[in-house]
Design a protein around this ligand. Structure first.
Ligand code: 5GP
Length: 117
């Protein structure tokens, strides 16, 4: 049986989320465990489990995700103060949900992207 992941349930409104934006390609909602004052996730409406599944046929979804994210930063007014867009891929990145998602983080100074190794 094909079990929907948590983001598919949010997209299909089977479970609640704080929806920010939806169009024919992507859905955006607030992260349940925010890591910054503004923390929004942009996900494709179709299931792509990992960035490593991006190919010639589905690559345009990345453009739709990034363009939606940029529009959302204007909607929530962090476009001038600044923000960070992050996508995790596979275990070393700590990707938790197997449905690609773009994190929009902002609302305060975010510090360095990573600490030094
Ligand atoms: P990852 O670590 O996979 O890049 O990011 C997954 C994100 O999904 C995390 O920031 C986590 O807080 C968020 N998250 C996990 N479960 C839920 C949920 O049920 N609802 C929402 N809105 N966000 C979730």
């Amino acid at each position: 049986m094909n079990q929907d992941n948590i983001f598919q349930k949010i997209i299909n409104k089977k479970i609640k989320s704080e929806l920010i934006y939806q169009d024919q390609y992507v859905t955006a909602f607030k992260d349940l465990f925010p890591k910054a004052p503004i923390h929004i996730l942009v996900v494709p409406n179709i299931l792509i489990t990992s960035l490593d599944e991006i190919n010639q046929k589905n690559k345009k979804i990345l453009m739709y995700m990034y363009y939606a994210a940029i529009k959302i930063t204007r909607m929530v007014k962090i476009n001038i103060s600044g923000y960070r867009l992050i996508m995790n891929c596979n275990p070393d990145s700590g990707q938790e949900i197997q449905h690609i998602h773009l994190h929009i983080l902002g609302g305060q100074y975010l510090g360095p992207i990573l600490s030094k190794i």
